[in-house]
Design a protein around this ligand. Structure first.
Ligand SMILES: [Zn+2]
Length: 461
C-alpha cells in the first residue's frame, strides 16, 4: 500500500517526539509510550513513516532477545550505525518508538539499517506497515498458553501477515518454523546430527505431531529436543528442508564449530555450550553474513560478547560454582531446556527453582497448566542431590516434582526464598544452580547472596 504523509501523521510524529523528549527529561522509560501516542493518533503511522533501507527482523518463540543482542553488539563493534529496540518493547508501540527515534522531524529515516526484535503475536500490527528485508524465525514452540495459544495459532498469524518480499531466515531443524511464509525467498540454517540426538522424543511436549498437509503422524530420523530434529511426513513431501548454512562439527570440548555453506566453510568459537545459545549464535551469524561481515569480524566480536547477565551467570565461589539461569516461566520449552542443561552439567548439584508466574507484571493471566507441560522429570537425576523450591509457586512446583517421582527427602519447599535457601546442604555438592523466571530476577540475586553466606559459614566450620 502507498501511504502518504498527512497532517494527522505529522501531528502524531511531533507529539510522539515531544512525549519522548519530556519522558527523557523526567528520566522515565521512553521506549514504548511515544510510539503508543503516535499509533493512537494515526493507527497506520508506521506505514507513513520513512523507514531504514535495510530492516532485520527477529521473531520466534525462544531466543529472539539473545539473537538480537548478538546481532546488535557485533554490528556496533564493527562500526555499523543503526537503530534497534534493544532496550525497548518488541510490540507495535515499541517498534513505532524505535522508528520514531530514528527519524527526523519530517519523518525521514536518519539511519540506513534497523535491527528489530518482533513479538510474533504482534505480527498483525507490525507487518502491514513494516517490511523486513530479512526476517529470522528462531523456532516456534508452545509458549504461554493464555497469550500464544498453540503453534498453529502463531503460525497462522505469521503466515497471514509476513510480507511476500521479506527473505526468511529459518531454523531448518524446526519443522513448524521452517514452513512459515511458504512462497517467500528463504535461507535455512541447521545443526547436523549430534551424538546426543535420540530416536524418540523424551520430552512431554512435541508440537506439530501431524503433517499439516495430509494429517499423517510425523516421523523423525532423529530428535534433538521437543520437535527439533530431522522430521518428515512418511506419506507426502512435507519435511525439514535442506539447510543453506549448517554446523557440521560441533566440538564442545574445544568450544568450536564448523559452519558449512555453498561457497565454503568457516570455523567459529562457541561462546556458551547451551544448545539453545548455539542456535542463537548460528542465526546471528547467518544474518551478519547477509550484511557482508567476514568470519574474522564476526568471530572476533563474539569473543568479546557475553550472554546478558539476567539470562545466565556462572561464578566460582570458593570451592563451588554458582550458576544462575533464566528459565522462562509460562514457557514449558524454555523451562525444560534449562532443566535439561542443569541435569547434563557435570558434578553433583543442588538446584533452586524459583518461578513467579503470578507476579503482577505477568498480569495474573496464567493458569498452572504449563507446569504439567514442563519436564520436571529431568530434575529426577542421580547427580541432582537437592532441589529447593521457594517462591509463590512453591506448592505447584512441589506437586509437579512429586509426580516426577523425585524423592521427598531430596526436596525443600517453602514460600520464603531465604528460609528455603537456608536449608541448602553443601555436603558432596560441586555446583549450585539457581533457575529463575523473568519475574524472579531479584529473588535469584537474593538467593545467590544467601548461597554465598551459606558457603562462607560451611567453609569456616
Ligand atoms: Zn504429509
Amino acid at each position: 500500500m502507498n501511504y502518504k504523509k498527512t497532517f494527522r501523521f505529522y501531528l502524531a510524529l511531533w507529539l510522539a517526539k515531544l512525549s519522548s523528549f519530556a519522558l527523557k527529561i523526567l528520566k522515565r522509560n521512553a521506549t514504548y509510550f511515544p510510539g503508543k501516542v503516535a499509533l493512537s493518533i494515526c493507527p497506520d503511522f508506521m506505514g507513513r513513516l520513512d523507514k531504514p533501507k535495510t530492516i532485520i527482523g527477529v521473531t520466534g518463540t525462544n531466543g529472539k532477545t539473545t539473537t538480537c543482542n548478538m546481532i546488535n553488539d557485533i554490528l556496533s563493534q564493527n562500526g555499523f550505525d543503526f537503530i534497534n529496540n534493544k532496550y525497548g518493547s518488541n510490540i507495535d508501540g515499541g517498534i513505532a518508538t524505535t522508528l520514531i527515534s530514528g527519524s527526523t522531524i519530517t519523518g525521514k529515516a536518519k539511519k540506513d539499517l534497523a535491527v528489530l526484535e518482533l513479538d510474533e503475536r504482534s505480527s498483525n500490527k507490525i507487518f502491514p506497515y513494516v517490511t523486513p528485508t530479512y526476517l529470522v524465525c528462531t523456532n516456534l514452540f508452545r509458549d504461554s498458553l493464555m497469550r500464544n495459544a498453540h503453534t498453529e495459532f502463531i503460525s497462522n498469524i505469521l503466515n497471514k501477515y509476513i510480507p511476500k518480499e521479506t527473505i526468511m531466515i529459518e531454523n531448518a531443524d524446526d519443522i513448524i518454523c521452517s514452513h512459515i511464509a511458504e512462497g517467500n525467498k528463504k535461507i535455512y540454517f541447521s545443526i547436523d546430527r549430534l551424538e546426543t540426538d535420540t530416536e524418540e522424543c523424551r520430552n512431554i511436549i512435541r508440537d506439530g505431531k501431524l503433517c499439516p498437509k495430509c494429517l499423517t503422524p510425523i516421523k523423525y530420523e532423529y530428535v534433538r529436543y521437543h520437535h527439533i530434529g530431522k522430521a518428515y511426513c512418511p506419506n507426502c513431501d512435507y519435511k525439514c528442508p535442506k539447510p543453506d548454512y549448517h554446523i557440521t562439527n560441533l566440538d564442545l570440548k574445544n568450544m568450536q564449530m564448523t559452519l558449512k555453506f555453498k561457497d565454503g566453510e568457516e570455523v567459529y568459537d562457541i561462546i556458551n555450550d547451551n544448545i539453545i545459545n548455539i542456535y542463537n549464535m548460528l542465526a546471528a551469524i547467518v544474518v551478519l553474513k547477509q550484511l557482508k561481515l567476514t568470519q574474522k569480524q564476526i568471530n572476533d566480536s563474539f569473543g568479546k560478547l557475553k550472554i546478558v547477565e539476567t539470562r545466565y551467570t556462572e561464578e566460582s565461589y570458593k570451592n563451588y560454582k554458582i550458576v544462575t539461569q533464566l528459565s522462562k516461566g509460562m514457557n514449558p520449552i524454555a523451562c525444560s531446556m534449562a532443566f535439561n542443561y542443569t541435569r547434563n552439567e557435570k558434578g553433583n548439584k543442588a538446584v533452586i527453582v524459583v518461578l513467579d508466574d503470578i507476579h503482577e507484571e505477568a498480569k495474573g493471566m496464567e493458569n498452572t497448566s504449563w507446569h504439567y507441560d514442563t519436564d520436571y522429570e529431568l530434575l529426577n537425576d542421580e547427580s541432582i542431590k537437592q532441589i529447593i523450591l521457594p517462591g509463590p509457586r512453591y506448592m505447584d512446583s512441589y506437586i509437579r516434582c512429586l509426580m516426577a517421582d523425585i524423592p521427598r527427602e531430596k526436596m525443600v519447599h517453602k514460600k520464603d526464598i531465604i528460609e528455603a535457601t537456608s536449608e541448602l546442604k553443601l555436603d558432596g555438592i560441586d555446583k549450585i544452580f539457581i533457575l529463575h523466571d523473568l519475574y524472579a530476577i531479584e529473588q535469584a540475586k537474593q538467593i545467590k547472596q544467601k548461597v554465598k553466606e551459606i558457603i562462607d559459614e560451611y567453609e569456616n566450620k
